[in-house]
Design a protein around this ligand. Structure first.
Ligand code: IVH
Length: 677
């Protein structure tokens, strides 16, 4: 319908749509009060996207269309920016006595009445936003307090952060506002569920998830993860007024999301009541909080109190004690991992703890069970540490009755294969001794082998492996390479299509680089990083298998325990080197990188290379590694200093044009591989 409009009309419509969408976005994400349906919102958004495509000259990084993020603005690292005002931290305490002391000290130092502004302490990562003429121009993380990362492109995707402020709402020409970027419980739980389904490592808590997300190189991923932000501190030279809370309320009128749970207190008792109230009430908030921040409200009094080296004297953070829940221990099960390690797990009555329903908790090892003197039926306290799986942190011995169940004693035989369990003196872990026949260990090794970080075999998961194992089709990961479509397509839950995907993906895994093959082989204590280190130092499976204990021990990141484990692995599996080679897997570093630098056929020394597009032989990250391994530098944008562009499919037209303009050569993936061969 807008095809018939004149250019002027179309440009005007762009302005109008941007204004409307900013407003609807604000009502939805900041006010929680949507006024139009999602469908109507999407229709307007599509109209704007369409018009912006026709008028690239109207590009604006703060347009509502930019919220979806771009995957073109990938950089090999974030630019470091110096904070105009350093980002300080706060003194922390867990005790009300310290809060009282803080209150009394402020009272003594000021010698006049004062008010304390109490706010929730949001558990995310701090961010500093700069606005100029009502537009977001920069977003920087705290970093070390002096310098932080410029994460503006990622922050633009956070819907509750205004890209443009409310017109004529009285904001100063330039100011900084600080706050916390966080991941609400709902987004966090959804993200972890998705990661679990895809076999990826879970985030331990919303703070780690928010921080990991904001540091993503791809703004599109950030846009999908549902981050949120609360602002809590306004800075700048043109700020009117003398009260912190007034500043926040004013900033709310400009369009910022300011917490509703702020209270001005005139007495210490009011402060303590606020702490007590929120210690419980926070459990029903949609976001994680870990305490309360107390700030002297008057800005002139803040100035009078001043700062210590790294924190203000006018504020303190009171931290809540970790959330605990109490629930019943119903049984203990034992899981046998791929290395044979047996982990006891407590099965509990489901209970809500810090945003998620908990049904299981780890009991770590035999010593742990013994120390708690546990009985089935006990009421146990559980807590979440930094880990995803909660731990048992105490037992309510008083609530034990004569009805209590059996005493929990660590098993002596493997629950999977019946073999005797052994405990190496000095170690806390108990192992199943049946290394080559225990089904749990065998299946665990295959699961480890196929995971994304290892051989990345699609279409296989725990259930399919169970099935293949029970049908006798696989026993070791070597057997995977014998599977044929006709072996799989008649199995329950698998059809012709899935069978083909699996077989194809197994074949593709022969391209996986050596360090990942090494990780996949499942040598005890050899994780991803260790495998990389070993691959770099030894260059091939053959060299590694014949390395001495001393040579192994002299590898970066490798100590005696890992060195011994590698020696044991190759002596217990004498034919493994030939067997892996026979499968056609990579048993050598493809880029021949020796210790302490590259010995290469082709050096990229001094070259600045831009990667763009989608590749078929290696991932973008692998190409980045290859470039660095050859002494080249990865650069994010094309300039006259760029040596060449490594272009995959779908290289953006803007980049292609820029390369042509500057006379920068563009090399295809094959040309590049040929060049460094
Ligand atoms: S005020 C100079 N207010 O807690 C005072 N900080 O340990 C600046 N935080 O780095 C901070 N919620 O990331 C303030 N309502 C709140 C907060 C808050 C969370 C974080 C912030 C800061 C850390 C201090």
């Amino acid at each position: 319908m807008y095809a018939i409009r004149t250019r002027m009309d179309q440009v005007q419509r762009i302005t109008e749509l941007r204004k409307l969408l900013h407003e609807y976005n604000y009502l939805y994400y900041v006010q929680n009060a949507p006024v139009i349906s999602d469908q109507d919102f999407d229709t307007l958004m599509h109209e704007l996207q369409d018009l912006e495509k026709r008028h690239p000259e109207c590009f604006d990084p703060n347009s509502p269309t930019q919220r979806v993020g771009s995957d073109l603005n990938q950089k090999s690292g974030f630019e470091q920016v110096k904070h105009k005002y350093p980002m300080l931290s706060l003194d922390n305490t867990y005790s009300e006595a310290d809060v009282t002391e803080f209150y009394n000290r402020v009272s003594r130092d000021l010698g006049e009445p004062f008010r304390i502004c109490c706010e929730l302490k949001f558990d995310g990562l701090s961010i500093s936003l700069t606005y100029r003429h009502g537009k977001l121009v920069q977003a920087v993380t705290r970093g070390d307090g002096v310098m932080g990362d410029d994460v503006t492109a990622n922050v633009r995707t956070i819907r509750s952060i205004p890209l443009v402020l409310k017109p004529d709402s009285g904001y100063p020409d330039e100011f900084e506002i600080r706050g916390e970027v966080l991941m609400p419980w709902d987004s966090f739980n959804a993200l972890n569920a998705k990661r679990q389904a895809e076999g990826e490592q879970l985030f331990a808590n919303p703070r780690n998830a928010a921080s990991g997300t904001l540091k993503q190189q791809n703004a599109q991923i950030v846009a999908e993860r549902g981050l949120d932000a609360y602002l809590y501190y306004l800075l700048g030279t043109d700020i009117e007024g003398n009260s912190h809370i007034d500043n926040l309320l004013t900033a709310r009128n400009w369009g910022f999301k300011i917490s509703d749970h702020i209270k001005i207190c005139d007495t210490l008792q009011q402060v303590l009541d606020f702490l007590d109230y929120w210690d419980q009430a926070r459990k029903s908030l949609p976001v994680a909080t870990d305490g309360v921040v107390l700030k002297v409200d008057s800005l002139s009094q803040q100035q009078e109190l001043g700062f210590k080296s790294r924190s203000p004297r006018w504020a303190i953070a009171y931290k809540f004690h970790a959330e605990r829940a109490v629930t019943r221990l119903n049984s203990v099960s034992y899981q046998v991992g791929r290395t044979g390690a047996v982990t006891p797990v407590a099965n509990l009555d489901p209970v809500l703890l810090a945003g998620t329903v908990v049904k299981r908790a780890t009991l770590n090892n035999a010593d742990f069970i013994q120390a708690f003197d546990l009985y089935i039926g006990d009421m146990v306290y559980i807590e979440k540490g930094g880990e995803i799986i909660p731990k048992i942190c105490g037992v309510d011995y008083d609530s034990r009755s004569f009805m209590i169940g059996d005493k929990v004693t660590f098993i002596t035989t493997c629950p999977e294969c019946g073999a005797k369990l052994v405990r190496i003196p000095g170690e806390s872990v108990t192992y199943c001794s049946n290394t080559n026949n225990c089904p749990s260990q065998l299946k665990g090794r295959i699961e480890h082998f196929i995971q994304r970080k290892a051989m990345d075999i699609e279409g296989l998961g725990t259930e399919t492996i169970d099935l293949l194992f029970s049908k006798g089709l696989v026993r070791t990961y070597f057997d995977l390479y014998k599977l044929k479509v006709q072996d799989l397509c008649y199995l329950e839950g698998l059809g012709d299509k899935s069978a083909r995907i699996i077989v194809h993906s197994i074949e593709d895994s022969k391209q996986v680089p050596f360090d990942r093959v090494l990780f996949a082989m499942g040598i005890r204590f050899v994780g991803q990083t260790t495998a990389k280190s070993l691959a770099r130092k030894f260059g091939s499976l053959h060299n590694l298998a014949s390395a001495s204990f001393e040579e192994l021990k002299n590898t970066p990141d490798i100590g005696e325990r890992i060195a011994q484990s590698i020696i044991d692995f190759f002596s217990e599996n004498p034919g493994i080197e030939d067997a892996v080679s026979a499968l056609g897997l990579n048993t050598q570093m493809s880029v021949n990188v020796a210790e302490n630098g590259a010995q290469l056929n082709m050096s990229l020394d001094g070259m600045s290379i831009v990667i763009s597009g989608v590749f078929s032989h290696h991932s973008r990250d692998e190409y980045k590694d290859i470039i660095e391994a050859h002494g080249g530098k990865n650069s994010s944008s094309i300039s006259s200093k760029t040596t060449f562009v490594l272009a995959g499919e779908n290289m953006g037209p803007a980049k292609r044009e820029k390369a042509a303009q500057l006379g920068v050569p563009v090399k295809s993936e094959d040309e590049f591989l040929e060049m460094i061969k």
